[in-house]
Every structure is written in structure tokens, then in C-alpha cells.
Design a protein around this ligand. Structure first.
Ligand SMILES: [Zn+2]
Ligand SMILES: [Zn+2]
Length: 353
């Protein structure tokens, strides 16, 4: 016996998402069964649904910004109770024995984590060999990969914290962003808007770095103290060597040199948006002032819980536009055009309609 699930799937790189029925595994003793309330739309969902990264198998159910309520727990589950508000992010399994997993950095598992969608399902219990994501009404997840969502947060607006939130929180924490520092957030989209909120809450002086004066004004409303227009050569020249840290959320390959020049001695720029070749890195910008460029991938389970607790304490959620599941294809097209402030979130109760 398995759990019957309703959801939306794509069946090829060129077809739209449409209603799809499938099964979830019955809970093992260590599993949590979750009734999904909301799921955010991450740009990775669209890249994957359209097989733009070349690894997608079909049918494909996207969604890794999941918030819901616990329906049932297995006999060995200690951390969760029925009815509790919970979340699931980008990971649902990892080896649990390698040094990265031991350190609670499951996203860097040496043996490869299992993604919430499109990952090889090593636990099994269903006829399909890959994982199906959160554009559905129910999911079964191992307790280790389930998170507590603070009850004071709006559950819809909290859902993108599970990917966009942790992707930006983790590097800000790892590179110890805080008071007295000038921190630049490059790009204002799903990731960038969370970067501004977190860096502001951590006490840094936040500068929105964008080509668009309109986005600069929007960033001020989110907590940015200053705006640097990156297409203004004079302003960029003046800002050279002045930043303690840069979080680069630009989602496509680009010339990084103009940004590297903004860093102080020993400062770092972290790439979180572009999972494709960067166009140019001039060694002189690394050598002079001993600067670094680094990357960062989402966050491990302990840090994701820390981020959610931080959000509960500081009342931080994402700015979202809530949609019905039938409008998901339109939302994809609008996301590709950057026409959303700043994340679409699907109301999964609309699956029943
Ligand atoms: Zn994502
Ligand atoms: Zn591992």
C-alpha cells in the first residue's frame, strides 16, 4: 500500500505542467508524512522542468520550497508531532556517514545528496526511481530532512525561505557578515531580495548593486541603505576597494571583474546565482588586495533550521505573489521574464478545485 498523491508534472522539456497522479512511500519508522500547504516556484524548477541542465527525467514533478502540516509520523520519530507546521527544502536524503554529512553540511555530501525532485530515490518504496517534488498535496520525508517552521510566520511567505532564504543566509553567516561592514547584494530577484533582508537584519550596512534605478528604490524598501548603479562607470570607480563582502545573485554567466574591483583587501565575493560559466576573471583582481571569489550552495539541515529560527525571531519572510496551481505555467513565463516581486508561491489547496 502506498499514499496516493495529486500534483502537477511535465512530461517533456517542451510541454507545460499538467495534473498528475502518483504515489508516495508509506512512512517508515523514521518518516514524517506532510500535507503540503504551499510550495514556492524557484528558478531551478523551471530550468529542470525544461531540461536546461540536461539531467531531467520525465514525468517530472518540481518544487523544493515546501511548507505544510504533519499528517502522521513513524514510530521512531521524536522531533515532530501531528499538526505541526513544517518545511522541506532542496534535500530529502544524503549518505549520513561522510565528513560533510557528519558536519551537518548535507548539501555537500561526498556521496551526493538526493534532491527533493529529480534525484535518485535511494530509499525506494514507490514504483518510480526518482524523487517527485512539492507541486503536490502530500509528501513522505525522513525526519532528518524536515524542518520546524516558526508558527508566527505566514506559511505561504515562509516557503521560499527553504531555498532562496537559506541560499543567501548561509554565505552571509559563513563569511561572518555583521555590524560595521559594508555589504553589497548584487542583483534583486528571489535571492537578492532575501540577501538584502538578511544582511540588514545581521546589522551590516547594505548596498544594493543593480543596473536598474527602479530596483534600487525597491531595495531601499526591503532594507538597503544605499544603491550602487552598476552601469554607472563613475559610481563604480568611486566605490572601488570599499566593500567588506559581496553576495552575487546574478542568475546567468557574466563578467565578474567590475564587481571584484569593489572589494577591500582580503574581502570575498560569493557566487550563489550563476550555475554556468562566468565570463571573465582577471587574476589581477585576486592578486592585488588578496581578494577571494567563492561559491555557496543552499545550506545543511542544522543551518536551515537556524535560518528559520532567525526569521521567526526577526519576523522575516519573503515577498510573494500567491497563485493557484492552474496558473503555474503563466507564473513560469513571468518568472523567466523577471516579472515577479519576488517569488511565486503555489497554494496547494487549489489542487482540490
Ligand atoms: Zn531552489
Ligand atoms: Zn554524505
Amino acid at each position: 500500500m502506498t499514499i496516493q498523491a495529486k500534483g502537477y508534472a511535465t512530461h517533456s522539456a517542451t510541454t507545460e505542467l499538467s495534473p498528475f497522479r502518483f504515489v508516495r512511500r508509506d512512512p517508515r519508522p523514521q518518516d514524517v508524512v506532510i500535507d503540503i500547504l504551499y510550495c514556492g516556484i524557484c528558478h531551478s524548477d523551471i530550468h529542470s522542468a525544461r531540461n536546461e541542465w540536461g539531467w531531467t527525467t520525465y514525468p517530472f514533478v518540481p518544487g523544493h520550497e515546501i511548507v505544510g502540516r504533519v499528517r502522521a509520523v513513524g514510530s521512531e520519530v521524536l522531533g515532530f508531532k501531528t499538526g505541526e507546521l513544517v518545511g522541506v527544502g532542496c534535500l530529502v536524503d544524503s549518505c549520513r556517514t561522510c565528513p560533510s554529512c557528519d558536519a551537518g553540511l548535507e548539501q555537500y555530501c561526498d556521496n551526493g545528496f538526493t534532491g527533493t525532485y529529480g534525484g535518485e530515490d535511494k530509499i525506494g518504496g514507490t514504483p518510480h526511481s526518482v524523487t517527485f517534488g512539492g507541486y503536490s498535496d502530500i509528501i513522505t520525508v525522513d525526519e532528518r530532512f524536515v524542518l520546524h517552521i516558526p508558527e508566527n510566520l505566514d506559511p505561504a511567505a515562509a516557503s521560499p525561505l527553504l531555498c532562496a532564504g537559506i541560499t543567501t543566509y548561509s554565505p552571509l553567516k559563513h563569511w561572518k557578515v555583521g555590524p560595521g561592514q559594508k555589504v553589497g547584494i548584487i542583483g534583486l530577484g528571489g535571492l537578492g531580495h532575501m540577501g538584502v533582508k538578511f544582511a540588514h537584519a545581521m546589522g551590516a550596512r547594505v548596498v544594493m548593486v543593480t543596473t536598474s534605478p527602479r530596483k534600487g528604490e525597491d531595495a531601499r524598501k526591503l532594507g538597503a541603505d544605499e544603491v550602487l548603479i552598476s552601469s554607472d562607470a563613475g559610481a563604480m570607480q568611486k566605490a572601488q576597494g570599499s566593500f567588506d563582502f559581496l553576495l552575487n545573485t546574478i542568475p546567468v554567466g557574466h563578467d565578474v571583474d567590475p564587481y571584484m574591483e569593489l572589494l577591500k583587501r582580503d574581502a570575498t565575493m560569493v557566487i550563489v546565482g550563476s550555475v554556468e560559466p562566468l565570463k571573465k576573471v582577471n587574476g589581477i583582481n585576486l592578486i592585488f588586495r588578496r581578494r577571494s571569489m567563492a561559491g555557496s550552495l543552499i545550506g545543511g539541515l542544522p543551518e536551515t533550521q537556524e535560518m528559520l529560527d532567525f526569521c521567526g525571531k526577526h519576523n522575516i519572510v519573503c515577498d510573494i505573489e500567491k497563485i493557484a496551481i492552474k496558473d503555474v505555467n503563466t507564473a513560469y513565463d513571468r518568472t523567466v521574464k523577471g516579472d515577479v516581486k519576488y517569488r511565486f508561491v503555489i497554494d496547494m489547496t487549489t489542487l482540490k478545485a
